[in-house]
Design a protein around this ligand. Structure first.
Ligand SMILES: [Fe+2]
Ligand SMILES: [Fe+2]
Length: 160
């Protein structure tokens, strides 16, 4: 069975993944020159934080909502769903912390950002496995319901 009914959410995973991979590569390069950049180029650090915060505003918050409200209710493994929802909360809390540190101490913010990236990568892999399993056992009717719910969540956002 195809995973077409999750098209928006899976495309969103791909976008989030490619952004965090790019950030990670940049961060690693940056950390090699740690003393120079950390001490002189606070604006470089802020720039990286802004890339991530933008993707959160534009993509991640809506993505979490789609999963929690449209997809997760249909999963058989509700223990796993509980863990995934907890991770959404942890990530959202860390992002709030990141915003505060962006102003106060961008160097500490980089550590938080690296931590968020690690959690997000694991999280996306777990979900991709779950969604593969779901596409095996969901009925066509259920898949259509999920697709409609996701579309509604994204279109409500467009309208606002
Ligand atoms: Fe998620
Ligand atoms: Fe996800």
């Amino acid at each position: 069975m195809s995973r077409k009914f999750l098209k928006e959410v899976l495309k969103s995973h791909d976008r989030i993944f490619s952004v965090i991979q790019g950030l990670e590569a940049d961060l690693l390069t940056m950390l090699r020159d740690v003393s120079e950049i950390y001490n002189k180029e606070m604006s470089v650090i802020r720039h990286h934080l802004d890339i991530f915060l933008r993707i959160y505003e534009e993509e991640l918050s809506l993505h979490f909502k789609s999963e929690e409200e449209a997809i997760f209710p249909y999963a058989k493994d509700q223990n796993l769903v509980g863990d995934l929802i907890k991770e959404h909360i942890v990530i959202s809390d860390k992002i709030r912390e990141l915003k505060k540190k962006r102003e106060a101490d961008p160097r500490e913010a980089i550590d938080i950002l690296k931590n968020i990236i690690d959690i997000l990568k694991q999280h996306i892999l777990k979900e991709n496995t779950l969604y593969n399993e779901m596409s095996e056992y969901l009925t066509i009717k259920e898949m259509n319901e999920i697709r409609d719910r996701i579309k509604k969540i994204y279109s409500e956002d467009d309208a606002s």
